[in-house]
Design a protein around this ligand. Structure first.
Ligand SMILES: [Zn+2]
Length: 715
């Protein structure tokens, strides 16, 4: 398993629990039904797994400040929580209808397990038994600092073998510590490479390397530090060491032959629904988006000298494109400022003094337009023009600036595909959704390739048919079609949606490519509005969180679909690029870098085991291996992303929610460098991504099927 990169109180507890569970002889196992109920001495403290009577009981416990060791979870209506309790508190809870099912760990167990583990490690060293498996925390107290090898993984892709390590020094505050890894292959070749210090939010995390090319399978790895620390020698582990079933002969794939715009996606959805009527429903999501539309706008005056920004209140396509605006000199003394609108021309007549000279300022003009034409126009003084004399200017033509001619200018209905033999909520559900971020063009290719593979093969491949018998699959190919249309037609790096919440000078059209809300920062759990890191209140920021949680149609649609279908238990949020595979927690608070609650040990195991399966399936297509250093909780392997959708699906709806960042770096053997692929790579690369990650989504469906079967088997 991947050892956690941080040692929060919760994580430490979790590790101790893990130790207890893996040594059943030293822990109190769950009682059989006929054994006596679990009790503790009144003053004894223990970590106890408790089945609570109801949600109200949990709420009261939380309100009382109870020590919850993990995130309580609900299963079949029962609420299970791991609590640190005294015997007296447990007796009180039991009297109120709760049932203790397991003493996970008694107060003294922690130090005992720790001492046991140190003894065992020493015994292994003394006996020359070699290193424990990679990933276990191994230390050796030699030199000034102590080094722990947290990960050592190897794999082969395209005939080339790679090695990646993650090592932590105890000299966390010394930015100058250098760590070097030495390796040896089975045939005795040796070499070494440096690791790099990784800090996040000002806090030391670990040292690591990007995957290093080695001549063949490495069998030993040792880390040394410039302070004299030397790690134990460990044996690197094969990553991900999971291979899906081989594709059967005649398996159909490769349904993607070009990038797809939202209009193309709409047509594809329609075709699939027509072609596979018995297996498909099309769901219109409840919130129509703004559509590919913007207010029409013009500079009145010259922004380099003095100007007012005039825009239409309605969208340009609603008859406002082409409207003109101008200022005129009345040609007479002592005239007041006047505003008139006639024949699609907005005319501002400037005020004059006794000598007949115009005296209106830019601020006067903006205020007059806003006061007298508020139902049609909105005016803002251009940034830098405030208080300047308003020149005679125009006519200037208002325009929304949108270049796309093939896109309907009207509110957009976002659609989901529902695939399955039984689309009635009786089967476990999987949700795959893509293009929350407009510029990530490869992502709908992934979800549409996945959808069509499932449908086409359901007709010809019994195994695929069986998957669609057992699983109810939901796919939203493009969550953010307006932004995507803008990305395809106007500004390819558009990330956000097209809704402009800016006020004042930020409405200047020179900022037009920076407007919009980051859909994946607009959700409610761990949000900017709750004080989490990784989103912004600045409407021009790439991570703008919006005016409030779920202020946007796009984010509301994802949550509405998940809520309407409570059988959805697994979800994949498909982004690009970089080659990541992540899960909650996805956000932390700035103060103390406190993350959202860590998943329980059981859930962490499910996340990681499933991830290895899916990483293995991705690799099946063209050998792309997602790095172990990029597989893990978002907050650990990427960054804090306040208000992201996976966190909301997991923490609010109890869905196992992952994120893909498709588009892994490619190894260039000529230069010996890893190269990034970008948001819109040459199509060959995007096509490759669609094929390999569609395979990953098929494996996710198998994970869901297996999960449902395991739950059914254990009742
Ligand atoms: Zn993204």
């Amino acid at each position: 398993m991947i050892v956690r990169r941080r040692w929060t109180a919760a994580a430490t507890t979790a590790i101790l629990i893990s130790a207890a569970l893996s040594h059943p002889g030293t822990a109190t196992a769950a009682p059989a039904a006929d054994t006596a109920p679990i009790t503790l001495a009144a003053t004894e403290t223990a970590l106890v797994r408790v089945q609570l009577r109801d949600q109200a009981q949990l709420d009261r416990l939380v309100a009382s400040g109870v020590d919850l060791a993990n995130r309580p979870r609900t299963r079949d209506g029962r609420i299970i929580a791991d609590l640190v309790l005294t015997g007296a508190q447990l007796a009180d809870l039991t009297a109120r209808g709760a049932t203790a099912t397991q003493v996970v760990q008694r107060a003294g167990d922690g130090s005992r397990h720790f001492a046991d583990s140190v003894r065992a490690a020493r015994a292994r060293t003394a006996a020359g038994l070699g290193a424990p498996a990679a990933g276990q925390r191994t230390t050796a107290a030699v030199g000034v600092d102590t080094l722990a090898v947290q990960q050592a993984y190897w794999w082969t892709t395209g005939g080339q073998t790679f090695l990646q390590a993650q090592v932590a020094t105890t000299a966390t505050d010394d930015p100058d510590v250098e760590i070097t890894v030495s390796w040896r292959t089975a045939d005795g070749v040796t070499g070494s490479f440096p690791l790099y210090r990784f800090e996040d939010s000002g806090e030391y995390q670990y040292h690591y390397n990007v995957p290093q090319s080695v001549p063949s399978r490495p069998v030993q790895l040792t880390a040394t530090s410039s302070l004299g620390g030397v790690s134990r020698a460990v044996t690197p582990t094969l990553w991900p060491n999971a291979t899906p079933p081989p594709l059967p002969a005649g398996y159909q794939k490769d349904f993607i032959d070009a990038y797809l715009t939202p209009v193309d996606i709409q047509a594809r959805i329609k075709r699939l629904a027509r072609q596979y009527r018995d297996l498909v429903d099309v769901i219109d999501l409840p919130n129509k988006t703004q559509g590919y539309r913007r207010n029409a706008v013009a500079y009145l005056g010259d922004p380099a000298v003095a100007a007012v920004v005039v825009e239409s209140v309605r969208f340009g396509d609603q008859g406002l494109n082409g409207v003109q605006v101008r200022t005129v000199d009345p040609g007479r003394p002592n005239r007041p400022l006047a505003v008139g609108y006639r024949d699609r021309v907005l005319t501002v007549t400037l005020a004059t003094d006794a000598a007949g000279k115009t005296v209106s300022t830019t601020d006067d003009v903006a205020a007059a337009v806003n006061a007298r034409q508020a139902n049609r126009f909105r005016a803002t003084v251009e940034d830098g023009s405030t208080g300047l004399p308003m020149p005679v200017a125009g006519p200037a033509r208002l325009d929304d600036g949108l270049q796309g001619t093939e896109v309907p200018a009207k509110p957009w209905t976002v659609q989901a595909l529902r695939l399955g033999v039984h689309r009635d909520g009786s089967r476990i559900g999987v949700l795959a959704y893509s293009q929350e971020h407009a510029r990530e063009w490869a992502t709908p290719l992934v979800t549409l390739e996945f959808a069509e593979r499932m449908l086409a093969n359901a007709r010809t491949d019994p195994a695929t048919r069986e998957l669609l018998e057992q699983v109810d699959v939901f796919v939203i190919p493009t969550v953010n079609p307006d932004g995507a249309n803008y990305s395809f037609n106007d500004y390819n790096f558009q990330r956000k949606n097209l809704v402009n919440h800016c006020e004042g000078p930020a409405r200047d059209p020179k900022y037009r490519t920076s407007w919009g809300v980051d859909v994946n920062r607009n959700y409610t759990v761990g949000s900017y509005f709750d004080g989490y890191v990784g989103a912004s209140a600045n409407c021009l920021s790439g991570n703008y969180a919006g005016t409030a949680e779920l202020s946007e149609a796009e984010s509301g649609n994802v949550i509405a679909l998940a809520k309407a279908h409570p059988n959805i238990r697994f979800a994949m949020n498909v982004h690009s690029y970089g080659g990541y595979f992540m899960w909650p927690p996805g956000a932390y608070r700035a103060d103390g870098r406190i993350t959202l609650p860590r998943p329980s040990i059981d859930e962490s195991t499910l996340f990681l085991d499933s991830a290895r399966r899916i990483v293995g399936a991705i690799a099946q297509e063209r050998g792309t291996v997602t790095w172990p250093s990029q597989t893990g909780p978002v907050a650990d392997v990427l960054y804090s992303a306040a208000g992201n959708s996976a966190d909301q699906l997991y923490y609010e709806l109890g869905i196992f929610a992952w994120d893909f960042e498709v588009g892994n770096d490619r190894w260039n053997p000529a230069t010996g460098e890893w190269e990034g692929v970008g948001f819109q790579p040459p199509f060959d690369e995007a096509h490759g991504e669609s094929q390999e990650y569609a395979g990953g989504l098929v494996e996710l469906v198998r994970v869901a099927r297996d999960h449902a079967a395991a739950e059914a088997a254990t009742g």
